[in-house]
Design a protein around this ligand. Structure first.
Ligand SMILES: NC(=O)c1ccc[n+]([C@@H]2O[C@H](COP(=O)([O-])OP(=O)(O)OC[C@H]3O[C@@H](n4cnc5c(N)ncnc54)[C@H](OP(=O)(O)O)[C@@H]3O)[C@@H](O)[C@H]2O)c1
Length: 491
């Protein structure tokens, strides 16, 4: 599935060449692909924006960006190669005649052409129209678009429909950068290449699943975006639901994009709706107050620059949900994500059911469950908690929990983990859509999210304050400990 076939001529056209995403993510990822010899030599990387730069001014800006944002040093020989691929084209997307000019420098009949929209979502339609009206949308062209795809089912449908007037689904690559993480990719091999997991992945053996995506940072000046969006739409609708679908989908027929995406959509459509009647018991919304995160005193959300003093935007969400199909009947899934939590981490923990009998009652009354922890970041790897006899000469069995641990650094010391954007840019060049989100996935996830956010509004649920540097409002313990007699896996 991941063979590199980048032997074709292609042009990568980046709308938003001056923007934050391009500077921080796309350019460093492209430079690293160059370093790894993954970019075909005749490739052109064409930055598009309203600046009046010529190619050499643009190269200078790119070099400055790389020096600022690369996490490795800039090698002058690689830079020379990379620089030879850089071009800048001045274009205001509101000026339709510019697209006709763009046609003069592109050759979409012969070259694969990828248009990367590192632009605000409200510009997607006008770019598509500009490209379409200038016949720059033939079968050799692809568009890569960034989240968020809308902020509700209704707006997502509108965006999908507008784009689909100009590009077929097979040409549309919707990014969720979690899908480009090596550790997310490994979920498929973990589940479907290991018989121990392949054969033991349902409600007969799994008790429950926890998915945590925690951030240490606050909103980092992004209040304009975040005030309107909140943690639910910023993180759950995309990253957490993507992880949930990959961890719970049934085996796809093969590794083709649509086989995988068909299975993911089935999960999304089987998610039990959370509505006015059950939103209070199945969700907790939080907002951080001031506190200390890893020794540093930080402000409350309400005191962040730009945030309204009476803002009801949530910075933390925890959800208990169920998947109503035969594989997962009765298994709760607990999701939580928030800002200003004690550490930055993304992990999935699978709790297996306990043994039906305890033969070791004399020495260990309450034998813990086996637990599979998938560390997406940091300390990328997987560990399995098992119960082991403590070696000694006593006739009684003394038991303890131990971990079978795999981590990437020790097992694959020569293979550094690629950045998600490296992978996703490469896959868009190759034309493999399995790491990109299909229109019906986006819509099914918004449908489920809308039901929760609408219920929050209609039941007037306000976010509960939690101290920055803690694991969210105390109420999340009520859901998992008091109601379900389980516990959060807090490291
Ligand atoms: N930044 C991130 O880390 C991040 C993460 C995930 C998703 N995203 C998504 O990525 C997209 C871009 O985000 P960003 O943070 O990079 O935004 P940004 O910094 O505001 O950059 C947006 C770019 O749009 C260009 N632009 C706006 N109007 C234009 C017009 N009429 N003609 C030509 N260019 C125009 C701007 O060009 P000028 O310089 O000419 O004004 C600018 O380069 C958004 O959809 C965002 O939601 C970003």
């Amino acid at each position: 599935m991941y063979t590199n076939k980048t032997t074709q001529f292609y042009d990568l056209v980046i709308f938003g060449a001056k923007g934050d995403l391009t500077k921080r993510k796309l350019l460093p990822a492209l430079y690293k692909l160059e370093k790894k010899k993954k970019i075909f030599k005749n490739t052109r990387i064409i930055g598009i924006g309203r600046a009046n730069w010529n190619n050499s001014e643009y190269s200078k800006i790119v070099k400055e960006n790389l020096l600022n944002f690369l996490d490795c040093s800039l090698d002058e020989n690689i830079w020379k190669l990379f620089k030879s691929k850089l071009f800048f084209y001045n274009l205001d997307i509101n000026n339709t005649s510019c697209f006709k000019q763009l046609k003069k420098i592109l050759d979409t009949d012969s070259n694969i052409t990828i248009y990367y929209f590192a632009m605000p979502p409200n510009t997607f339609e006008i770019i598509c129209k500009g490209l379409g009206d200038s016949h720059l949308n033939n079968k050799n062209t692809r568009i890569v678009i960034e989240k968020p795809i809308g902020d509700s089912l209704k707006s997502a449908k509108i965006i999908n429909k507008k784009i689909s007037k100009y590009f077929k689904e097979s040409q549309i690559f919707r990014i969720d950068h979690y899908l480009g993480k090596e550790t997310t990719l490994n979920l498929l091999s973990l589940r479907f290449a290991n018989s121990i997991f392949f054969n033991n992945w349902d409600n007969k053996v799994i008790d429950h699943v926890q998915i945590t995506v925690s951030e240490k940072v606050g909103i980092e000046g992004r209040w304009k975006y975040f005030e309107k969006t909140g943690q639910m739409k910023d993180m759950v609708q995309n990253h957490l639901l993507q992880l949930l679908t990959i961890i719970t989908m049934s085996p796809p027929n093969n590794l083709e994009a649509n086989s995988i995406r068909d299975e993911k959509v089935k999960v999304l459509n089987s998610l039990r709706l959370i509505n006015n009647n059950n939103v209070n018991i199945n969700t907790v919304r939080g907002q951080y107050s001031s506190g200390i995160v890893q020794g540093v005193k930080v402000n409350s959300y309400l005191n962040e620059d730009g945030v309204k003093k009476n803002s009801r935007t949530e910075t933390f969400v925890s959800i208990r949900t169920h998947i109503d199909n035969s594989r997962w009947e009765g298994v709760p899934f607990y999701l939580r994500t928030g800002k200003r939590l004690p550490i930055k981490c993304s992990k999935i923990v699978i709790f297996f059911k306990k043994t039906p009998i305890n033969l070791f009652n004399n020495s260990f009354i309450n034998i813990p469950e086996n637990k599979l922890t998938i560390r997406l970041e940091p300390n990328e790897g997987i560990d399995l908690q098992i119960i082991n006899k403590i070696p000694d000469l006593q006739s009684e069995y003394l038991l303890d929990k131990v971990k079978l641990n795999f981590d990437y650094i020790h097992t694959f010391p020569k293979n550094s983990l690629s950045d998600a954007y490296e992978r996703l840019l490469l896959e868009s060049m190759i034309g493999n859509q399995s790491l990109f989100v299909r229109h019906d996935e986006v819509e099914a996830s918004w449908k489920w999210i809308d039901s929760i956010t609408n219920s929050w509004s209609s039941t007037n649920q306000t976010p509960i304050l939690y101290k920055a540097g803690t694991w969210g409002p105390g109420e999340i313990s009520d859901m998992i400990i008091n109601q379900d007699k389980r516990y959060w896996d807090n490291f």
